[in-house]
Design a protein around this ligand. Structure first.
Ligand SMILES: Cc1ncc(COP(=O)(O)O)c(C=O)c1O
Length: 357
């Protein structure tokens, strides 16, 4: 008799579950520079929002997006029909891939990339047309353009890319959009708040542009799960057929709604990018430790003995992310936080270098 699990589709059986680093560890006990989260709690203004939510019994009802959707659309300067909210941008990526890719179809993406893309593609049985970054993690423009072929059904650009921090030049994005007006171009802008660079304003010009964003990073909502997709109304209408009617929870919507008028996310971005980041880069340069210049709130660091340093950091209460992709096994990814945490990181780093480990 066949086992039940052997009836699972073979391409799923062949996969490994996506396991975040340090699974099983109580991360609250550490300075968390491992998952590109916002290291601050939500602003205090959110407390009363949550109290009103509980008092009004909102959690007992299925969520409604009636007031939030036009507010978010207005905030972005698009129409509501250009917008769908999702359970984290992970879900935005998933519904887009499920909507556009049949088994065997090609998805072009520069690698190593944010792994959810390849993972979902493999669940579908689609073919990942991976294009490696160059040795310095620069975007491989020409090879990327050459990789798009008759089998390609989706083009993925992640700007800036996680984990490499690489920027996709705006001219490259424009060239891809122009050369392939009949192919969907999924542009992941999960970190756009940190770079200040976005292609949202190109939405009218390029009908093939599909933007994915998130409230997880600058807006400190990684645990609440809220992302969104901006695209042409015809595309958005199709995505509503793939997403469930209540996939985004009421708390996420209420917290995001309240934050649209608050300055905290932007203050955080400013603090990270103008203080935490230069401080960290200067210290790494001074200590002669290689890092890859990166555009957002994280970077790849390549010390002489990666595992020893990652272990030393952990012993001293700091989590960073050792990378597993073959091209990156000598590196760890470091989330850049405000100055306070980065001072702590650099102090431990100096101690490590000083002790000659
Ligand atoms: C490039 C990129 N896209 C999407 C995501 C998914 O974020 P979330 O599902 O929390 O919105 C991440 C998370 O790290 C990311 O780095």
């Amino acid at each position: 008799m066949m086992t039940i699990q052997s009836r699972i589709r073979p391409n799923i059986q062949a996969l490994t579950a996506y396991a975040p680093p340090w699974t099983g560890l109580d991360r609250t006990q550490y300075v968390r520079l491992d998952l590109n989260e916002n290291t601050r709690a939500l602003p205090p203004e959110i407390g009363p929002v949550l109290e009103r939510l509980w008092a009004g019994g909102s959690a007992s009802r299925y969520p409604e997006y009636r007031t939030f959707m036009p507010r978010l659309a207005h905030h972005l300067g698009v129409d509501e029909e250009n917008l769908i909210i999702t359970n984290g941008s992970d879900q935005g990526i998933e519904i887009l891939l499920r909507a556009f890719l049949n088994p065997g179809d090609g998805m072009v993406v520069a690698q190593p990339e944010f792994p959810i893309f390849s993972h979902v593609a493999q669940v579908i049985g689609a073919r990942v047309q991976g294009v490696p970054f160059d040795a310095e993690m620069n975007f491989p423009t020409q090879r990327f353009l050459d990789a798009i072929d008759h089998n390609t059904r989706l083009i993925v650009l992640i700007n800036p890319n996680n984990p490499t921090g690489s920027v996709v030049p705006l001219e490259t994005i424009r060239e891809v959009l122009t050369r392939h007006p009949d192919l969907p171009v999924l542009l992941d802008e999960a970190y756009y708040e940190f770079t200040g660079v976005s292609c949202l304003r190109w939405m009218d010009e390029f009908k093939n542009l599909i933007l994915v964003r998130t409230f997880s990073k600058a807006f400190a909502m990684a645990g609440l799960r809220l992302g969104y997709v901006v695209a042409q109304p015809e595309v958005i209408r199709e995505l509503y057929k793939v997403r469930g009617p209540f996939d985004v929870n009421v708390v996420a919507v209420a917290v995001a709604d309240a934050q649209l008028d608050l300055p905290h996310a932007w203050d955080y971005v400013n603090e990270v990018m103008t203080r935490g980041k230069p401080f960290t880069e200067n210290a790494l340069r001074e200590l002669g430790i290689k890092f890859y210049p990166a555009a957002a709130n994280f970077m790849l660091v390549q010390p002489e003995d990666r595992d020893a340093l990652v272990g030393y950091m952990k012993q001293n209460g700091i989590l960073v992310r050792p990378m597993v992709a073959p091209a990156l096994v000598k590196t760890f990814r470091l989330t850049i936080a405000p100055l306070e945490e980065m001072r702590r990181f650099v102090a431990v780093l100096r101690e490590y270098v000083g002790s000659g480990q």
